[in-house]
Design a protein around this ligand. Structure first.
Ligand SMILES: NC(=O)c1ccc[n+]([C@@H]2O[C@H](COP(=O)([O-])OP(=O)(O)OC[C@H]3O[C@@H](n4cnc5c(N)ncnc54)[C@H](OP(=O)(O)O)[C@@H]3O)[C@@H](O)[C@H]2O)c1
Length: 243
């Protein structure tokens, strides 16, 4: 059976570990070629190895999402190398845990730069390529904190609310264009990031990165008219509708 994403090109930010690595490998299993973006070269090489073993193509593009020129370079190199782009996954994220009165302006700025500003620049720079594709997808990974608030997470929460707002506006602008825009809002997933923000959650109660990757694959392979704009994904141990 032909792979469902054969011939498709995807960019995954934050591909060096965690959810981004899992999404990259899942896309590769469906035959996609994945441009892997993050700062840590050695970890990107490990992702590239696993992507190749899974049957996909891999291109490592070392990128610092805090820097506009580096973000523009990611899109330029992808375009120059492959001549096309079908899927943009804005996954990379950083967090900060502190009471608001102990949050430095630099920590606020860092969260907003990586979690909200970088996806905005990436969407803007990628749109000319995405518009050329027959069907294209932008998937932004927000968080449960993108729709509610938690104590000690004001900078992270505000940045994810900003990402959600931008995503809704962009989805409206692209309605009928052939580019579908989705937002994923997971609760606790077993990665390095959750250890910083929610060390109170037992490891066995966390979701696995593969579970988030499976939902991404559903969104980018579904061919019908049913669309889920925003997915809220909670841990089985948490309260229903509470996240
Ligand atoms: N884990 C959870 O419980 C959870 C829940 C809800 C939402 N999320 C969201 O899911 C996404 C992935 O998180 P994760 O849990 O997989 O976190 P993670 O394991 O900490 O991975 C974060 C990724 O972001 C990349 N990154 C951070 N700063 C960057 C920068 N300046 N430039 C380029 N890449 C950068 C990191 O790569 P380098 O360090 O190599 O640059 C890494 O690949 C994030 O947006 C996060 O907010 C996570």
């Amino acid at each position: 059976m032909p792979k469902r994403l054969a011939g498709k090109v995807a960019i995954v930010t934050g591909a060096s570990r965690g959810i981004g690595r899992a999404i990259s490998i899942a896309l590769a299993k469906e035959g996609a070629t994945v441009a892997l973006a993050a700062r840590a070269l050695e970890k990107l090489k490990e992702t590239a190895k696993q992507v190749t073993e899974a049957g996909g193509g891999a291109a490592i593009i070392v990128t610092d999402l805090a820097k506009e020129e580096s973000i523009k370079n990611l899109i330029k190199v992808t375009g120059d190398t492959f001549g096309r782009l079908n899927i943009l996954i804005n996954n990379a994220g950083v967090t900060h845990s502190a009471r608001l009165e102990e949050t430095a302006t630099a920590d606020w700025d860092r969260c907003h730069q990586v979690n909200a500003r970088a996806p905005f620049i990436l969407c803007r720079e990628a749109l000319p390529l995405l518009k050329k594709a027959e069907a294209a997808y932008i998937i932004n990974i927000a968080s449960v904190v993108g729709v509610k608030g938690y104590p000690l997470q004001s900078a992270y929460t505000a940045s994810k609310h900003a990402l959600r707002g931008m995503t809704i506006s962009l989805a409206e602008e692209l309605k009928g264009s052939g580019i579908r825009v989705h937002l994923l809002c997971p609760g606790g997933v077993d990665t390095e990031l959750v250890q910083e923000v929610r060390p109170d959650i037992k490891k066995e109660d966390l979701m696995q990165p593969d579970e988030i990757a499976e939902l991404v694959i559903y969104l980018v392979t579904h061919k019908g008219n049913a669309v889920m704009d925003e997915l809220h994904i909670r841990r089985a141990a948490s309260s229903p509708w509470f996240y």
